[in-house]
Ligand binder design. Structure first.
Ligand SMILES: [Zn+2]
Ligand SMILES: [Zn+2]
Length: 103
């Protein structure tokens, strides 16, 4: 931390760098039991517990939204595919790619 000096960054990302929360919190959580809004923590609905890590589906959505996929070569916003069939999930390498775009 503390080494992100210099280049100005988009306002939407500043929140991510200011805190140690998972960057996937920049998108709303698609988990039907959670419904965390952008920049809110995911919670467990049954007991209200706040999760340290976002739901896996939120991380998937986040990676799909901001990163190209190095595995299947799709643009940000386009679902991953396997031999032309769209995947509900994303390739693990896309999540790594999404993390890299924040550095
Ligand atoms: Zn969630
Ligand atoms: Zn992919």
């Amino acid at each position: 931390m503390g080494h992100h000096q210099g280049a100005p960054m988009p306002a939407g990302l500043r929140h991510v760098f200011r805190s140690r929360v998972h960057p996937a919190r920049s998108v709303p959580c698609p988990n039907e039991h959670c419904h965390a809004r952008a920049h809110q923590s995911c919670t467990v609905r049954v007991n209200g517990r706040v999760l340290k890590q976002p739901h896996a589906s939120r991380i998937t959505l986040w990676a799909r939204t901001i990163a190209c996929c190095p595995a299947c070569q799709v643009e940000p916003g386009t679902p991953c595919h396997n031999n032309g069939r769209a995947l509900a999930d994303v390739h693990p390498r896309r999540i790594e790619e999404a993390k890299d775009t924040l550095v």
